[in-house]
Ligand binder design. Structure first.
Ligand SMILES: [Zn+2]
Length: 176
């Protein structure tokens, strides 16, 4: 199957900016290193529309409900893209959505609504304030959800497969 080419990228919400954990931030819990953030967080009201950052195909859409003990990320959507500039395949990831308007296999247009930011502090979405977690991934696709953090000793992902999302979008059309 031919991959949809993605000539242009936009930010995934209106007024998007990094208002929470930035990309690559080392997080600790009780003074102990816990993990490196693989995306960036935008805190906004529940119900804020989330858009596809570029044309592509939905390759993952599922609810990952958390619990009081273990936060998770509500609905998560992953879209596959292909750059006509670098010819590389990459993925955009949207976490902590309240719902998903899209299913696996559906094509999405640039800026098409795919869901909205879910309520914070709920069992479904995790026990933190309402926000979007947005990531850009360039590693191999294994048809399963991708992690939000890189954790030492875990083999789930590699830091070099992740890119600063805001920088990637701003520089996208300049990339060779
Ligand atoms: Zn995050």
């Amino acid at each position: 199957m031919a991959y949809l080419s993605t000539p242009k990228l936009i930010f995934p919400t209106k007024d998007y900016r990094v208002t929470g954990l930035p990309f690559g931030k080392k997080s600790s819990h009780g003074g102990v290193f816990w993990g490196v953030h693989l995306g960036e967080d935008y805190f906004a009201s529940a119900g804020t529309d989330v858009y596809a950052c570029g044309r592509g195909t939905v390759v993952y859409a599922a609810l990952h409900a958390g619990s009081q003990e273990k936060g998770n990320w509500g609905h998560v959507i992953i879209i596959r893209h292909k750059s006509p500039y670098s010819r590389r395949v990459f993925y955009s990831l949207y976490g902590h959505l309240g719902t998903s308007f899209k299913r696996i296999g559906e094509k999405v247009a640039l800026g098409e609504p795919i869901g909205f930011i879910g309520e914070g502090n709920t069992p479904e979405n995790g026990f933190w304030p309402a926000h979007l977690h947005f990531g850009i991934y360039m590693g191999p696709w294994k048809k399963e959800v991708l992690p939000g953090y890189w954790k030492e000793g875990e083999q789930r992902t590699r830091m070099e497969w992740w890119i600063n999302p805001s920088e990637f979008i701003v520089d996208y059309e300049k990339k060779e």
